[in-house]
Ligand binder design. Structure first.
Ligand code: ATP
Length: 234
């Protein structure tokens, strides 16, 4: 579904991604783990067209995403849940969700998608008239994820969903990610919480200062000594 080859990204003179290649197959949950500043967010921004790549290719079902404007990528079935959630604080939960469907015209489809999202997140349904700015961090993460699902995407890019959440909420968010995966959604997950990410993923890539240093089935990486020492606190 998603195929990235030899991707290079610069911020001025800083060479942030030094030729990374990765794939996410239909229905897979793949995670990209790595320390602060390794280039995880940069990778997702390049895929979503928010940052230009210096060279390399990014194909979504064969379409070169660098050749389409960033604001049309969502129409190709890819959605992005940004780091930091970015909910519209002064709008209600339901208004935020409807904003996620801004590219859709068909009201029936929007209502169906809204009900599907509420099915995944009953807590959002209970709070649908509440202002998003008054939600807890975990609820805002649910809202940001639900908003991305409003176009019924084939693939979702998730950036650090567990950031800033209490251990209990981290567990809840990861169990939601697992459920979304089971429901057939393809996910590319960026996480600093390598332990949880490897526990729910099919495969994973380890990013170190702009280079993929290791890749493989998540269970194999979780058992690898180097990964255990560097990322799992073993
Ligand atoms: P974090 O988990 O801290 O967000 P990350 O793995 O997502 O880390 P990136 O945010 O992708 O890392 O950053 C990769 C590298 O690019 C870092 O060295 C960072 O300092 C640099 N970088 C990121 N954004 C910019 C920017 N706007 N201008 C200059 N350098 C940047």
């Amino acid at each position: 579904m998603l195929e990235i080859k030899d991707l290079h990204v610069f911020y001025g003179a800083i060479h942030a991604l030094k030729g990374i290649s990765l794939t996410v197959a239909d229905g897979e949950l793949v995670s990209l783990i790595g320390a602060n500043g390794a280039g995880k967010t940069t990778t997702l921004h390049a895929i979503s067209g928010l940052l230009p790549a210096a060279s390399g290719s990014i194909l979504l079902d064969g379409t070169d995403l660098q050749k389409v404007p960033a604001n049309t990528i969502i129409g190709l079935g890819m959605a992005h849940v940004p780091e930091g959630r970015h909910v519209f604080a002064r709008m209600t939960v339901e208004e935020n969700l409807r904003m996620g469907a801004y590219i859709l015209r068909d009201q029936k489809r929007i209502s169906e998608n809204l009900e599907r999202v509420y099915g995944h997140f009953p807590r959002l349904k209970e709070r649908r008239r509440q202002l998003a700015g008054t939600l807890s961090g975990g609820e805002q993460q649910m809202l940001s994820t639900g908003r991305a699902l409003m176009t019924d995407p084939k693939i979702v890019l998730m950036d650090e969903p567990s950031m800033g959440l209490s251990p209990l909420l981290v567990k809840e968010i990861f169990s939601i990610i697992q459920e979304l995966h089971k429901s057939g959604i393809t996910i590319l997950l960026v996480e600093q919480n390598a332990k949880m990410a490897l526990a729910v993923s099919d495969r994973a890539y380890v990013l170190e200062t702009g280079t993929i240093s290791m890749e493989g089935p998540a269970a194999e990486l979780a058992a690898d000594d180097r990964v255990r020492k560097a990322y799992l606190g073993a």
